[in-house]
Structures are given as C-alpha cells and as structure tokens.
Design a protein around this ligand. Structure first.
Ligand SMILES: Cc1cc2nc3c(=O)[nH]c(=O)nc-3n(C[C@H](O)[C@H](O)[C@H](O)COP(=O)(O)OP(=O)(O)OC[C@H]3O[C@@H](n4cnc5c(N)ncnc54)[C@H](O)[C@@H]3O)c2cc1C
Length: 531
C-alpha cells in the first residue's frame, strides 16, 4: 500500500514518541543518521505528559544514595534550562520543617540513622535535611539557580498559607518544565534534521532479517512495512510488551510499572514558590503553582498491573493527596477543591526493590544483538535525564551504524529557545512591541509556549482580526493552524491537554469548536500529504 512516509529504509527506527523516543530521534538525526519514529497515539500522550513537570535532581533520591542519578540530573537542569528557556524556568521550593516527619522506611540513610540514633524513631533530624540540601546545592555545579537558604515561615510570605505550627523551613532550587511541549519540540527538531515522525502509527511487528529489521506499521489507513538497520524500543510502559509481543524476544529484563497520580486544585497560595512536603509515612509530595489559577499536588506511587490498563487517579489516591496536603495548609482541602486529576505510569527498570517508592528512577539501556540485527531496549529514566539518556543510547548505537559524529545536543536550543534564560521578559516585551494588539497575558502565553517562534506564527498580522476566528482564551485560527501543520495536532484534546493546558479553562462549547476546527484542518492536511 502507499506509505505515509517518504522512505521505507532507515538506519534507526524508534518505537515510541514519548520524551525518550523523541530525544533519541533528535540526537540521532542531528548526527546525520536516517531515523524513523512511530508513536501509536499522540506524541507524549502517555507518561511524558503525566509527570510532575520538574527538571530536578530528586532530593529524596539522596536517601537512597543514588548519587550518580542525582548528580547527572542536577547538572542537566541548567543545560536544559539554557536550551529551552521558554518552556522551562527556575522554581524555588519551600520545605517546611516539622520534627514529626518520617523517613521512607527502607532507605540506606534511614537504616543508618536508626542504628546510630534509635531515639529518633524514624524521624528526619533537621541537621540531616540541611546536609542533604548542602549536597544538593553542591553536587551539580549551579551557575544560574540560586542556592539553599533558611526561611522563617512566621514572616515569609510562603508561611502565610501554612498552619502556624510550621515556623521554620528551607528553600532550594529546581526547574519547571512543560513536559508535553518538551516532547513535541524534540520531535520538531528531529524532523527539521531529517527524521520521519509518524504519530498515530503503531508498530505491530518487527522481525530480524540478515541486514536489519522488517517492521510492520499500522495506522488508520492500513498496514505497511519499513526496513531499518537498528531498532530502539522506547515504548515506556509498553517496553515489556514490545520485547515479548512485537519483537518476540525472550530477553529477561523487565519493566516495573509504578502509577503516579496528581490532583489539580483551586489556587491554594498566592506566590510563585512551590512546596516540598514530607509526610508521616516517609513519602514526599509537591504542591506547585499551576497555570496561573491552580495548584498541582502529587504524586502517589502505586504498583500498576499492565500497560494496557489506562492509569487513573483513584478516589483513594485523591483522598491521600488531599489528607497529605491538609497536614500543611491552614485551610483543609476537600474533594470539592479538585478541578482535574491525571495519572501516569512510570516505566521503571525492575531492580527487585520491595516497594514502588524504592524502585530505582535511574535509566538502564540493554543492547540485544544476540539474534543478529541490534535492538536497544530503554528502561526507566526521568524527564530530567532524557537528553543524557539519548546520548547514552547513541553511544551504543552510533558505532554499530558506523557513525562517528560526537555529542551535540548540550548546546543546541530547541525550536523557539534561542535566547538566554534571563531574557524571557525581553522577548515578551519585543512581541508586544511588534504586535501592539497583544496584551501582557497573551504575549506571555505565546512566548512561554513558542518562544521566538511566536514571531513566525504571528507573521505580518497587524490586528486580532488578521489571526482569523477567535476561539476564546486568546486562541485563534492562526495558532490552531500552527499546531496542525507544525505540531502534529489532530484533535482538540491534543491541543487543549498536551500542546497547551487550556483544557483547564475552556468551556465545553469552546473546546468543541476547537476540536471541530482541528479535525477539519488536520483531515485536509493528511489528505494533502497523501495525495
Ligand atoms: C507521576 C509521574 C511523575 C513524574 N514526574 C517527573 C518529574 O517531575 N521529573 C522527571 O524528570 N521525571 C518525572 N517522571 C518520569 C518521566 O515522566 C518518565 O520517565 C518519562 O516520561 C518516560 O518517558 P518515555 O518516553 O520512556 O515513556 P512514554 O512517555 O510513556 O512514551 C512511550 C511511548 O511509546 C508509545 N508506544 C508504546 N508501544 C508502541 C507501539 N507498539 N508502537 C508505537 N508506539 C508505541 C506509547 O504510546 C508512548 O507514547 C514522572 C513520571 C510519573 C509517572
């Protein structure tokens, strides 16, 4: 049958369009490797749009002595911030201190404290938190992000929304990241460098041949086959079923599925800092300012049965998060405060850890070339380490493809990210000077989503009317056309819940009008490409 991609012969074929698959495709394409990528749904629709959205070292992993992972993640924060200052920004985290907060039971550090200081009965001493934050400040060579400081919660604005018994705390830095935009911008950059990106295309079968892989793909128009010298399995939660079902391999490595859920509530506090909250059960959660009018609270850790079962935030998980946060906030939270919930599945490497919380968050890459053509299986990882994971993947596959191009992504901005992190306001001002009809909120939203590409999107428009039909909340036909033609948007959901989070504020009628416009526009675009 007619193929929806221009070529049927790739050096490298990637299964999965999450952050890891798109990051690998971008890195490989930039080295001159011919790349195909198939994603069975929308780009980033699985785990990579359901995260807590932090580029972070992972303060809590220090208690597991995961120094390699923490250090790499800490260093990455600033590399990534520089490469994408539009969709990532520094964030301060306030850690209220309470002597009653406990360790995660089985961590190496908690076992050591239990041995040396049995009278602490699992409580985290303040000096240990300070020591952890000192390490966190110094392990990763900060240049942009400010360091840790103590805060007096009786006088600091961050204390105002908390219960009065929280008097002191600490404040440290990490970064925010718009997770699903990160995925699509990697896919765009990969495509710009020659990769063929195929969303809504499922890999249903891959068989080894003498000189590579014969891969059977399926989309709404039917099935077809492509050939590739190497295959990368970046299927996230489906990595295990791809190994067994799609490839038919007996590899022993397994993925451990751990569900994490979040709730989005009305705005709980009036400042731009986040909270790192320790629980009496040894876990931690975050409470983060979200999309201007909301607070994001998460996450949970629950073993999840299988990738085919869609993850949902259960009432039990929502109540757990409400109770947890209510231990800190002066006004207790109830289910009425929840405006949205979401859930995702962490595709962790199964290291045999006893609890879901304890399973390693580090990534593991396994090259399987026992039966001839190479297959690289990806397990675990974090959004924060996606670029390093891609480099590690390329270090394994590039030599096998005879490619000697070195690493390149550390200094390369993602589309729209070609300005310095401290120049966001300058870009917003520039956009408003060029397009006088934009107000501050609208210009901020466009720069935060599209960076300098907002200028390309608005082109020579001189009035709001020139941007075509208005759909509410500053969305216009011009922006939807951009999403359809540049960001593979095929439905209202893609645009409202992944390219943006405007689904949180759109009315049902507005969302329907957007969906209709996109489906008509996307249909025409697909037909034109297949003509
Ligand atoms: C609750 C939660 C919070 C998190 N918070 C953070 C955080 O704050 N910071 C951080 O750094 N990390 C965080 N993470 C981790 C991070 O989100 C994941 O490590 C990362 O998103 C995994 O990306 P991935 O590309 O491997 O998987 P995915 O994003 O799941 O992508 C895999 C893709 O493969 C596709 N696929 C599967 N099978 C096929 C097939 N046969 N054909 C075609 N396509 C296929 C799927 O549709 C899917 O889109 C969090 C994770 C969770 C669950």
């Amino acid at each position: 049958m007619t193929r929806p991609c221009d070529t049927a012969d790739f050096d490298l074929f990637v299964i999965g369009g999450g952050v890891n698959g798109c990051g690998i495709a971008r890195d490989a394409a930039g080295r001159g490797i011919s790349v195909g990528l198939a994603e069975m749904g929308d780009l980033g629709a699985a785990t990579s749009s359901a995260s807590t959205k932090l580029f972070h070292g992972g303060l809590r992993y220090l208690e597991y002595l995961e120094f390699r992972l923490v250090r790499e993640s800490l260093v990455e924060r600033e590399i990534l911030l520089r490469a994408m200052p539009h969709i990532s920004w520094p964030m301060r985290f306030v850690l209220p201190y309470s002597p009653n907060m406990r360790f995660e039971g089985g961590t190496p550090v908690s076992r050591m404290i239990a041995l040396l200081m049995p009278w602490m009965k699992g409580r985290r001493p303040a000096w240990l938190i300070r020591a952890g934050l000192f390490l966190y400040d110094h392990l990763g060579g900060r240049k942009i992000l400010p360091g840790t400081r103590s805060v007096d919660l009786r006088t600091d604005p961050a204390g105002a929304s908390l219960k009065s018994d929280f008097r002191k705390g600490y404040e440290y830095s990490d970064c925010w990241i718009e997770d699903s935009r990160l995925v699509v911008l990697n896919a765009r950059d990969a495509a710009r460098r020659g990769a063929t990106i195929m969303p809504r295309t499922r890999v249903i079968n891959a068989r080894r041949q003498d000189d590579g892989w014969l891969i059977t793909l399926s989309d709404s128009s039917g099935e077809w086959q492509v050939h590739a010298r190497m295959l990368v399995n970046a299927g996230g939660p489906w990595a295990g079923s791809i190994i067994k079902g799609v490839v038919g391999s007996n590899a022993a490595d397994r993925v451990r599925l751990v569900r994490g859920s979040h709730i989005v509530t009305r705005k709980l506090f009036d400042h731009d800092k986040s909270y790192f909250l320790q629980g009496t059960d040894g876990r931690i959660i975050f409470a983060i300012p979200y999309e201007g009018q909301f607070t994001l609270i998460g996450t949970t850790d629950k073993d999840h049965t299988d990738a085919a079962t869609p993850p949902v935030c259960t009432d039990e998980e929502a109540d757990y998060l409400l109770d947890f946060a209510s231990q800190y906030f002066a006004a207790p939270l109830t289910r009425d405060d929840i405006v949205w919930r979401y859930s995702g599945v962490r595709p962790l490497y199964d290291d045999g850890a006893s609890s879901a919380t304890a399973a390693t968050r580090d990534y593991v890459l396994k090259l399987d070339d026992a039966g001839g053509a190479p297959l690289l299986n990806i397990f675990g990882g974090k959004i924060t380490t996606y670029r390093k994971l891609a480099e590690a993947a390329l270090a394994k596959v590039a030599p096998l493809l005879g490619n000697s191009h070195g690493t390149w992504t550390a200094d390369a901005p993602l589309p729209g990210g070609d300005f310095a992190p401290h120049q966001v306001q300058t870009q917003i001002d520039r956009l408003r000077q060029s397009y006088a009809f934009l107000d501050q909120d609208w210009a901020t939203r466009l720069i935060r989503a599209y960076g300098t590409e907002a200028f390309d999107m608005l082109a020579d428009a001189t009035s709001v009317d020139a941007l075509g039909k208005a759909f509410g909340h500053t969305v216009t036909a011009t922006e939807l056309d951009w999403a359809i033609t540049r960001e593979w948007v095929m439905s209202g959901e893609d645009f409202l819940w992944r390219r943006t989070r405007l689904g949180l504020v759109m009315s049902e009628a507005e969302a329907e009008a957007i969906d209709l416009y996109i489906r008509e526009g996307a249909g025409k675009a697909v037909n034109a490409s297949r003509a």
